[in-house]
Design a protein around this ligand. Structure first.
Ligand code: GLN
Length: 185
């Protein structure tokens, strides 16, 4: 099964490694043609403003939205969550497909990065993640399920074929959420 990783910017290589570890075939996606060949898509962490600029430059916005509308499973981490959100305070939505609001860089500066274990609904055992200038969820629309919270804030959410986390599991080889994504196929 071909698991796409949006490879415009950010830590797409780490995601590809986790996907390979759990038996998927990772495929770096940079254009509409590449997107057409994958069964699901991971949108990595990085810098959402840069990612947005590149996604527009490579004409990827409409094709990604179309695939999502047709049911392709997508997992966005951190900046990947920001570009999927409908409302972005301190920024502009890009794909704007998930009914959540996010506030960018809410977890402080790079130097305040931390790791935490979270309990995720539907996943056995704890899921470990790294929070790096992570976005905070400001509001959750109807039809969006909160799968995990950290200190009272939602950090993993699901809406149909969409899955997002405000932290990075891929940086420490944590595969629980990637497995959860593949189970949607
Ligand atoms: N602060 C970044 C942004 O707003 C996200 C950080 C990350 O992906 N670790 O895009």
């Amino acid at each position: 099964m071909k698991a796409g990783v949006l490879a415009l910017q950010g830590d797409f290589r780490e995601h590809a490694r986790v996907l390979a570890d759990i038996g998927a075939t990772p495929v770096e996606v940079r254009d509409a043609e590449g997107l057409a060949g994958v069964d699901c898509l991971v949108i990595p962490g990085g810098e959402s403003t840069t990612m947005a600029k590149l996604a527009r430059a490579y004409d990827l916005v409409a094709p990604v939205r179309e695939r999502i509308a047709r049911g392709m499973p997508v997992f966005g981490t951190c900046a990947g969550m920001i570009v999927l959100a409908r409302r972005v305070s301190g920024g502009e939505p890009l794909f704007g497909v998930m009914d959540i609001g996010v506030e960018r860089n809410a977890y402080g500066r790079q130097i305040d990065s931390f790791e935490a274990d979270v309990e995720v609904d539907g996943i056995e055992g704890l899921v470990r993640g790294v929070f790096i200038r992570a976005p905070r969820i400001t509001d959750v629309g109807q039809g969006v399920r909160v799968l995990a919270e950290h200190e009272g804030s939602p950090v993993v959410l699901e809406a149909g074929n969409l899955l997002v986390s405000s932290f990075h599991p891929e940086l420490i080889g944590e595969a629980g959420l990637h497995r959860y994504l593949l189970a949607k196929l």
